[in-house]
Design a protein around this ligand. Structure first.
Ligand code: LHQ
Length: 258
């Protein structure tokens, strides 16, 4: 069985973490496969939205701990530098919206891969666990970067140290995720959001993502300059012309993503 399932449909790339019997825990094969699929999403111009979910009951339980304990395994130093860090960088640099469709528990690196995506939604029965403290590790996979920025320093600090299980409802309430949906209509809602994203001006969304990436580090002066630069580029896209024409002609815009 492939560790990652991949399908492109209606301009959406569906990526499914596929080790359901291990709660989609990451081993080296799955981490490298995911990177390969993210590169394919970047390069394939027909892809206008990336959708990441998990097979079975879990989204992902993070690192496969059996692999960490395996003397033949990749070893601690490679796990971050060759597995998780490249995944996080690829998601943040991908010039297309990435939606994490958290169908069940997301723990450790599994939680933090979800939380670095552009939009995170969860099913009502899903949960988020910064499981690292329970095994003597620190939150990685960009957890210490995004979590305090998403929910504030104090809550992030407590959640990371205590390793609390955060329900989907709580995650939405504190701003860790965009929204949660009842389990029975979760995937319908997820596809609706993905379809909406895939129909929007893809380049405009890419420039928005670039500006948001920079806003995490820049001061106001620098950010205003970034907005100016990226807005000039957005104004040169065909989708901008189409958006303005459609508005003036009182019709629905037909964006092509260019
Ligand atoms: C697993 C795992 C798992 C293997 C469930 N591995 N099998 C970076 C740097 C370098 C090294 C270390 O890692 C990292 C990044 C990280 O991600 S560190 C954090 C690693 N993850 C964890 O510590 C979470 C461990 N898992 C759990 O705490 C629980 O399994 C959760 C809370 C996710 C789910 O609990 P339950 O719903 O009670 O399910 P379960 O525990 O029964 O798990 C289901 C199966 O999945 C079970 O297999 P089995 O054959 O016994 O039925 C688990 O062994 C397997 N599984 N997580 N990380």
């Amino acid at each position: 069985m492939p560790s990652i399932l991949f399908e492109i449909k209606n301009s959406i790339a569906f990526i499914t973490l596929n080790r359901p019997e291990k709660f989609n825990a990451f081993n080296r094969e799955m981490a490298l496969d995911l990177q390969e699929k993210l590169v394919e999403c970047e390069e394939n111009i027909s892809v206008r939205c990336v959708y990441i979910t998990g097979a079975g009951k879990a989204f992902s339980a993070g690192q496969d701990l059996a692999e960490v304990a395996d003397p033949e395994g990749p070893g601690m130093e490679k796990i971050l530098s060759e597995h998780y860090n490249p995944i996080i960088k690829k998601i943040r640099k991908l010039d297309k919206p990435v939606i994490a469709v958290v169908n069940g528990v997301a723990a450790g690196a599994g939680a933090n891969i979800a939380l670095c995506c552009d939009i995170v939604i969860a099913s009502q029965s899903a949960s988020f666990i910064q499981a690292f403290s329970k095994i003597g590790l620190i939150p990685d996979s960009s957890g210490t970067y995004f979590l305090p920025r998403l929910i504030g320093f104090q809550k992030a600090s407590a959640i990371m140290m205590l390793g609390d299980k955060i329900s989907a409802e709580e995650a939405e309430r504190i701003g860790m995720i965009y929204k949660y949906f009842p389990d029975e209509r979760f995937f319908i809602e997820a596809e609706k959001i993905a379809e909406t994203l895939a129909d929007l001006p893809t380049k405009g969304l890419a420039f928005t993502k670039q500006a948001l990436n920079l806003s995490l580090e820049q001061n106001l002066e620098q950010q205003l300059q970034t907005e100016d630069n990226l807005q000039q580029k957005a104004a040169l896209t065909n989708d901008f012309s189409e958006g303005v024409s459609a508005f003036l002609e009182k019709r629905k815009a037909d964006f092509k993503g260019d």
